[in-house]
Write a protein that binds this ligand. Structure first.
Ligand code: PEP
Ligand code: MG
Length: 578
């Protein structure tokens, strides 16, 4: 009899193989009292474990195969840095001394305290960094408890096409397993933004996380199927199921080759309309994706990530250096730097924001206009960086034209000041605004008449149009990019840009979802910015589309508001040869 378990698919692809189970689970520890005269011995035992963990990580670092595409060394370095941080080096020692307890218990208490801080973070990326903490602490606990045999799984034994099932895997272990020949993995823990999940996508290994109970229900050596797109793990499949997935595997393989072949070709519709495809970046390291995917540039640089995880905001000089390094890496391709969009789900310790309703409170441009000491260094840094290459400055969350005029006047003041100081900048720097609030979409013509470009931020536009908090799981089911009101606002913005001769792009998640590409093309959108992993898929759809056929079909679709009708029509747009 076959059994299907569901998990979160974090890396697409289908694998069929034998289950290789790594039994290691969470480490259970108990508190024991240490007599006063043995406390320093316990401290020494703990510090020896830290040394041993450091040595293990350095050994793994050396064993990373040379042709590894992903910078796995950077992940291991993060873990090494944690071992040298007071959080793990000093605080557990203080706990052992103050509480008179064993090292394992002190480490567990410290883990709970640190994880509590991470859990309170609203940013999902930062929240998943707790996985790194757990990986390092579990390593230390296993050393303290003498569970060294667990590492035997990663010592190079060939695991030809095995599907690894584990409670959790660190990024370092994942890369070692890949080089041992595994075809896929599933874990019980982890989230889609964990480093292990990011690695799986980069290495193109099908993977699931959050697959509860997998080690309880599946036997070592039994045949399993893992579907990374649907998030399913099937044990004991019969011939019919196997045939179905073998076919899926072949289709996936063809799709992969098709996408690879596309990388160097331009995005152009069948009837000859060129489309601009840009990437969204969050950290300067993300910039490599622009050349790897042959993107036209960066359509959204979320600068707020520069302000997170630190005690002081970055000063003008640091920002300038950072922006210049990104511009240089882009070698002439445009960089759209979005001014600080802090607030709501993105918080920084350095900026004190206490709003009763964060998504509607003092966030993004509102915060910057209230706090010039935060905004001005960024404007100066962006303007100075504009002397080094094609930079566009983009303002998030505009909701009225007064805000826009205040920003434009601050930009002018900054230009004048730089001129007086004889500091170079590009006087023609393009200034654009994000359309993410319904009020801005409804006034898009007014915004277009004062700006050089508009960019539609659908993540927020949908949140504010439908009155649903985008980070609240309870109302996620209402998050609907195809809601007729959302589509009307998008269309209004695109049309306003076209009438004013101002380019309009889209940089929300909707732009990177191939299910909406034809709809957006038919609405007149010709500039998309997205996560780099979506770029070839979107290009594939563009290159198979005919704008002249799409425009009337989409117009008809927009005129209809019957529930379910729009989704059905979008589906048919995608499945017919338009
Ligand atoms: C958006 O709102 O669509 C957007 C791109 O901005 P962010 O997701 O950073 O809020
Ligand atoms: Mg936004």
């Amino acid at each position: 009899m076959s059994l299907a378990l569901s998990g979160i698919g974090v890396s697409r692809g289908v694998a069929i193989g034998k289950a290789h189970i790594i039994l290691r689970g969470t480490v259970e520890v108990l508190e024991s009292a240490i007599p006063k005269h043995l406390i320093e011995d316990e401290v020494a035992r703990y510090l020896k474990a830290v040394d041993c963990a450091r040595q293990q990580l350095q050994d793994i670092r050396v064993r990373i195969p040379e042709n590894t595409q992903v910078d796995i060394a950077a992940f291991i370095d993060t873990h090494l840095l944690m071992l040298d941080d007071a959080t793990l080096l000093t605080t557990p020692v203080e706990i052992i001394r103050e509480r008179g307890c064993n090292a394992e218990w002190a480490l567990k208490l410290q883990r709970n305290a640190v994880v509590d801080v991470f859990e309170q973070m609203d940013d999902p990326y930062l929240r998943t960094r707790r996985d790194d903490i757990d990986h390092v602490i579990n390593r230390l606990q296993r050393i303290l408890l003498d569970y060294e045999q667990d590492d035997a799984h990663f010592e190079g034994t060939p695991l030809d096409n095995a599907i690894v099932l584990a409670y959790d895997l660190t990024p370092a272990e994942t890369v070692l397993l890949e080089h041992q020949g595994i075809s896929a993995f599933a874990t019980e823990c982890g989230g889609p933004l964990s480093h292990t999940a990011i690695l799986a996508r980069s290495m193109q290994i099908p993977a699931l996380v959050g697959t509860h109970g997998l080690r309880r229900y599946i036997r070592d050596g039994e045949t399993v199927i893992l579907d990374g797109l649907q998030g399913i793990l099937i044990a004991g499949p019969d011939e019919q199921i196997l045939d179905h997935y073998r076919e899926r595997q072949q289709l996936e393989q063809q799709r992969k080759l098709q996408m690879e072949r596309l990388t160097d070709s331009p995005a152009i519709t069948r009837d000859g309309m060129p489309v601009t495809l840009m990437v969204n970046i969050e950290l300067p390291e993300d910039i490599d994706a622009v050349s790897r995917e042959s993107a036209n540039g960066v359509g959204l640089y979320r600068t707020e990530f520069l302000y997170m995880n630190r005690s002081e905001p970055p000063d003008e000089e640091e920002q300038y250096d950072c922006y210049v390094s990104v511009i240089e890496a882009l070698r002439g391709k445009p960089l759209t730097i979005r001014t600080l969009d802090m607030g709501a789900d993105k918080q920084a310790d350095t900026i004190n924001q206490s709003c009763s309703n964060p998504a509607l409170g003092l966030r993004a441009v509102r915060l910057c206009l209230k706090n010039h000491s935060l905004f001005k260094p960024q404007l100066r840094a962006i303007l100075r960086a504009s002397a080094h290459g094609p930079v566009r400055l983009m303002v998030p969350m505009l909701s009225n034209t007064q805000e826009l005029h205040q920003v434009l006047s601050l930009v002018n003041d900054t230009k004048n000041a730089l001129q007086r100081e004889a500091i170079a900048f590009s006087p023609d720097i393009k200034i654009g605004g994000m359309i993410e609030v319904p009020a801005a979409a409804l006034s898009a013509s007014e915004f277009a008449s004062h700006l050089d470009f508009l960019s539609i931020g659908t993540n927020d536009l949908i949140q504010y149009t439908l009155a649903i908090d985008r980070v609240d799981d309870e109302v996620n089911y209402l998050y609907d990019p195809l809601h007729p009101a959302v589509l009307k606002l998008i269309k209004m913005t695109i049309d306003a840009g076209a009438s004013a001769g101002v380019p309009v792009s889209m940089c929300g998640e909707m732009a990177g979802d191939p299910r909406y590409t034809r709809l957006l093309l038919g609405m007149g959108l010709t500039e998309f910015s997205m996560h780099h992993t979506a770029l070839q898929e979107v290009k594939h759809v563009i290159n198979a589309s005919t704008i002249t056929a799409l425009v009337p079909l989409v117009q008809e679709l927009l005129d209809n508001t019957k529930p379910g009708w729009i989704a059905a029509r979008v589906d048919s747009l995608n499945h017919n040869s338009h």
